[in-house]
Design a protein around this ligand. Structure first.
Ligand code: ATP
Length: 277
């Protein structure tokens, strides 16, 4: 697997004029890497991921997956979004099996273990994410955390070359979030899934990743490419270690430098409040 992004740029045409959302952005991902993208709000993290998924077009630049240009969604890429995107009319097991483009191609052969059916792989993954007792449940019967477990199983069912995750744990409470982080880390380490993970949460990024790309304020560009100094063995309590906390501080400082505009917005709010309006 090779994944390469060259000169990626996106400009939106909106009613208020041109919005230069990202770029140019260049980076390369090695097989099995877990990379997080962090950056100030609105800097183009989601846009980058959507373009990598083929859900949006770039204004300029190329994205190459195994030498082929990405121009549309494909089953070589799994995607998990923040907002639960399960089909409400399908059961958990049906969602996990058919949630991807597979539905259109029943002849698709599962890479890897040839003797494992798609259903078998979906059952295995649902078991792995703690949903073994809910195969027949419908999404409306599940909590947010449970829905995201199913979404992760669904994204992994085809053994995608690349897993793209956009704030997948953003809507979960702190405890469920930690549980999901550990689950994702174990799963992706086991399967050596190449992952690009967008998050606002620096702690989450450090805990999960081998590498962290820090984006500037919009237009998003890479201002730092940081290697996380931890191997595969990562109990949750490494979050309290000095090395971890120092790295968190370093990244927070980089982000604060990018968030000057936000400080000004607070200043205006203070002025308005002082006027008593
Ligand atoms: N369809 C669109 N039309 C016009 N502008 C857009 C569109 N989609 C996104 N943008 C703009 O592009 C910029 C990047 O948006 P994007 O959602 O990628 O940022 P983000 O870093 O993911 O933000 P957040 O962290 O708040 O989720 C923003 O300024 C946003 O307003």
């Amino acid at each position: 697997m090779s994944f390469k992004i060259e000169n990626l740029t996106k400009t939106y045409q909106s009613r208020r004029g041109e919005v230069h959302a990202i770029g140019p952005v260049d980076f390369e991902v090695q097989k099995g890497e877990f990379i997080s993208i962090v950056g100030p709000s609105g800097c183009g993290k989601s846009t980058s991921l959507y373009i990598m998924a083929g859900l949006e077009g770039a204004t300029d630049g190329t994205i190459l997956l195994d030498g082929n240009e990405v121009t549309e969604p494909g089953r070589d890429r799994g995607m998990v979004f923040q907002n639960y995107t399960l089909y409400p009319w399908m059961t958990v097991l049906e969602n996990a099996q058919f949630g991807t483009t597979l539905k259109k191609n029943k002849n698709f052969e599962l890479p890897g273990r040839a003797n494992m059916s798609l259903k078998g792989r979906a059952e295995y993954l649902l078991d792995a994410v703690g949903m073994v007792d809910f195969f027949d449940a419908y999404p409306r019967e599940l909590s947010g955390g449970m829905k995201q477990r199913v979404a992760i199983a669904r994204a992994l069912v085809t053994r995608p070359e690349l897993l793209l995750m956009d704030e997948p744990f953003g809507a979960l409470d702190a405890q469920t979030r930690e549980e999901m982080q550990e689950m994702l880390r174990l799963l992706s380490q086991h399967d050596k899934t190449t992952t690009i993970f967008v998050t606002h949460d620096v702690e989450e990024a450090i805990y999960l990743s081998g590498r962290i790309l820090v984006y500037s304020a919009r237009p998003g560009r890479i201002i730092a490419d940081i290697t996380v100094p931890y191997g595969e063995d990562r109990p949750l309590d490494i979050k309290h270690e000095k090395t971890f906390l120092n790295l968190k501080k370093e990244i927070h400082e980089l982000l604060c430098q990018q968030e000057g505009e936000k400080v000004d917005r607070t200043k205006r709010l203070r002025e308005l409040l002082a006027q008593g309006c």
